[in-house]
Write a protein that binds this ligand. Structure first.
Ligand code: FES
Length: 139
């Protein structure tokens, strides 16, 4: 399993030129990796937020298996949206059905981290509650 950093208050080290740091709120769990080097985990698009989460064992719900057919992987991008793939029409249509849709909402399985840098996403509270009820979350 790849390393997850769980201390959100520690000073952040500088990122290497090809490094991605992805942080999940509200837990503050951070993961870092070299762009383009993660093994694909067969759920969502390669190097999507969901794919990265699975690589590091961070729980992000994905009821449809990452096929843009539900909204359980809904995240709100707080930082680094310019590093992500463009919203596709298919993703936008699916997001329209999401609870608590916000301006920077994305589907974790569809939003690909295309460039190195810092990305911060928040898992909406309704989704966290859903996860807690399912008993599968470490967030
Ligand atoms: Fe179903 Fe992303 S996991 S839309």
């Amino acid at each position: 399993m790849l390393e997850v950093k769980t201390d959100p208050v520690s000073p952040k080290t500088e990122l290497g030129p090809n490094t991605v740091r992805l942080t999940f709120l509200p837990s503050g769990q951070s993961v870092e990796f070299e762009a383009g080097k993660l093994p694909y985990q067969e759920h969502g698009k390669p190097q999507s937020i969901l794919d990265v989460a699975i690589n590091f064992g961070v729980h992000l719900e994905h009821a449809c298996g990452g096929n843009c057919a539900c909204t359980t992987c809904h995240v709100v991008v707080k930082k680094g949206k310019e590093l992500l793939s463009e919203l596709t029409e298919e993703e936008a249509d699916r997001l329209d059905t999401a609870a608590d849709l916000q301006l920077n909402s994305r589907l974790g399985c569809q939003a690909i981290i295309e460039k190195p840098g810092e990305v911060v996403v928040e898992i909406p509270s309704w989704n966290r509650n859903y996860i807690c009820e399912g008993g599968a979350s470490t967030l």
